[in-house]
Design a protein around this ligand. Structure first.
Ligand code: DLL
Length: 436
């Protein structure tokens, strides 16, 4: 059974006690690596942590630290103890590699099993895992967790959409794990094959994550597929998926605080922010053996949600990720997060399932343009209807962003797509930059 009631509903004071004990053990383990060995050789960082909030005395660990210490600078065990390596999805410089011992893999599997169990997945389910298998943690991470739960797992990975649909239908899959952008793209294949997921499949649950997405995108997927969609958050540096997960209430993601210690900081000053304020999520691993990380700056922006979750779990919830601190676009002095554009567009019913953001420089001014797919019905409509929709999209974006973008409506399923995480921002102001 993966409903760990004692841990998941633990009294906050007891949980803090557990965290403190695990934190000190984790710091001792971290010191075995070349990186932390050197960092903690200074006596000020060498003492036992007596209270959790004293963790803020310790400097952050950044992605650059990981890159600079490539390949083995963060390894805290002998290489012979390592059984797996994963790598995070970056495209420039040294990749960041993350090592796992057998017990790291075991604990990670338990966490994923906990996440899946939380949303009602049971042994009788059929699970089609459409996330990439390989260096990316999405595929293998869920695979091991689902197997722990005893659920039949189809390790199909992403792409090959018509075959995906054939498997879904023939094997009567009930649960899927999929990138939100792929869930939307896959739907056009359902239309082509004249398969209605609500009528012709047995699906009831989808786990989506690994890329920023708005509440509107979740709702769209729920509506199109007629299922419950749960948000799953994680990053390779912590393990992969399984760091924070939505419960049946679908109102924020519980950070599994028995394994990760979360802080929200001001990304500019590095100060820890009071609960409820939005900032950058910083995570410390509490149980990793091969590669403990202390105060790792995720760059992901969120906040702790106030109040208790009706599900009874006591582990704190974070809000959905609204972007990364390095994702922010500055358009003629105005700060904009791509997710604002997504949620505005996706709230318009006539808008389809994909969009793309471009920024150019014209006569020293930034020019924001958005290409967006329209839905099938509008596509069959009149020119006047299209013009009206375009005006509506521009007005809604102007209200949300405070700048006026140009909007180009394009045919359904016509924008470029990638098999991995979606790339939707193209910034041509100083060379090309992709994000989201
Ligand atoms: O994306 C791990 C994962 C796999 C999570 C499958 C969920 C499902 P990385 O490739 O290292 O690991 O990328 C981590 O992806 O720092 C966020 O910026 C983003 N991200 C992950 N989950 C979410 C989410 C995996 N639910 C980076 N919402 C993170 C928004 C997410 N962004």
């Amino acid at each position: 059974m993966y409903w760990e009631k004692d841990v998941e509903t633990m009294d906050r004071a007891d949980l803090a006690g557990l965290q403190l004990q695990r934190l000190n053990a984790s710091l001792t383990q971290a010191k075995r690596s070349a990186f932390y060995g050197k960092r903690f050789s200074s006596t000020s960082y060498n003492d036992e942590i007596l209270e959790l909030r004293d963790l803020s005395r310790i400097p952050f660990t950044t992605k650059d630290d990981l890159r600079n210490a490539f390949p083995y600078g963060f390894l805290s065990v002998d290489l012979q103890e390592v059984i797996r390596l994963h790598s995070s999805s970056g495209t420039t410089g040294n990749p960041t590699v993350v090592f796992h011992t057998a017990s790291d893999i075991d604990r990670w599997g338990n966490l994923i099993a906990r996440c899946m169990y939380t949303t009602g997945v049971r042994k009788h389910d059929v699970f089609q895992n459409m996330m990439g298998y390989g260096l990316f943690t999405g595929g293998l991470g869920f695979h091991y967790g689902a197997e722990k739960l005893g659920v039949m797992t189809i390790p199909i990975g992403p792409g090959n959409s018509k075959r995906q649909i054939w498997f879904l239908k023939q094997l009567k899959a009930t649960v899927i794990h999929i990138l939100p952008s792929y869930a939307l793209r896959l739907y056009s294949f359902f239309e082509e094959l004249e398969v209605d997921p609500k009528r012709d499949l047995h699906l009831r649950i989808a786990f989506i994550g690994a890329e920023p997405h708005s509440e509107e995108i979740r709702k769209k997927i729920e509506l199109l597929y007629g299922i419950k969609v749960y948000n799953s958050y994680g990053l390779s540096e912590m393990c992969g998926p399984g760091v924070a997960f939505e419960c049946e209430c679908q109102d924020g993601l519980h950070v599994w605080e028995d394994h990760f210690y979360p802080e929200i900081i001001d990304p500019d000053t590095g100060e820890v922010l009071p609960d409820g304020e939005r900032g950058e999520l910083v995570l410390t691993t509490l149980s990793r053996e091969a590669m403990p990380l202390v105060r790792y700056r995720t760059r992901d922006l969120t906040r702790f949600l106030p109040g208790k979750c009706p599900c009874g779990r006591t582990h704190r919830r974070i809000d959905r990720i609204t972007g990364r601190s390095d994702d922010m676009l500055i358009i003629n002095g105005v700060n904009i997060f791509p997710i604002q554009i997504e949620k505005t567009l996706m709230a318009i019913p006539e808008i389809g399932r994909n969009y793309l953001i471009e920024i150019h420089k014209e006569s020293f001014m930034d020019k924001l343009s958005v290409k967006v797919e329209i839905n099938e019905e509008v596509f069959q409509g009149t020119l006047a209807e299209l013009e009206k929709l375009q005006g509506k999209a521009v007005a809604a974006l102007r209200t949300e962003l405070g700048v006026t973008p140009s909007v180009k409506l394009v045919e359904p399923s016509s924008l470029p797509v990638s098999e991995g995480k979606a790339q939707r921002v193209y910034d041509y102001r100083d060379g090309e930059k992709g994000s989201l």
